[in-house]
Design a protein around this ligand. Sequence first.
Ligand SMILES: Nc1nc2c(ncn2[C@@H]2O[C@H](COP(=O)(O)OP(=O)(O)OP(=O)(O)O)[C@@H](O)[C@H]2O)c(=O)[nH]1
Length: 167
Amino acid sequence: KLDTGVGKSSIVWRFVEDSFDPNINPTIGASFMTKTVQYQNELHKFLIWDTAGQERFRALAPMYYRGSAAAIIVYDITKEESFQTLKNWVKELRQHGPPNIVVAIAGNKCDLSDAREVSEKDAKDYADSIHAIFVETSAKNAININEVFIEISECVNSVSFIRQTTQ
Ligand SMILES: Nc1nc2c(ncn2[C@@H]2O[C@H](COP(=O)(O)OP(=O)(O)OP(=O)(O)O)[C@@H](O)[C@H]2O)c(=O)[nH]1
């Protein structure tokens, strides 16, 4: 149950609907949403699986990340243990995920910095060490939510570009 409640659904909800529900329910299984954004004269279409954090759904995760171009792994900056859980997800993705999957790490709930347990520098250093995108986000206050998706789409496009040119 360690990574439940870190704010995965809230991040997706903020991105797709630009709203925030403080009483949002835990995700059961997974939910699917899409969003198209215009960015520098290009349309970027995101097909998003929001997976459940509760341990009882853990075995389902591979179904969702297997065919994915990118994964956002979310922890809660006010819960050190959620950062440890994140490291396990990184290992799992490296072992069982698609080889070129773009990984982004989001330290969510940065509006609660008074209760911070994970330093931004430690998290950034870790993200750099695994070549992941890193941002601190707040789904509540709409901080860095669009930015993380845009950064991902830039990386995914450059990965597919490299793939095409090396084939
Ligand atoms: N203060 C604050 N609370 C947040 C933020 N994002 C989410 N929350 C709250 O944290 C709780 C859990 O949010 P969810 O979006 O359901 O988290 P989740 O990771 O999808 O949870 P599971 O579906 O159980 O894995 C809710 O009460 C949210 O309102 C944020 O940026 N700031």
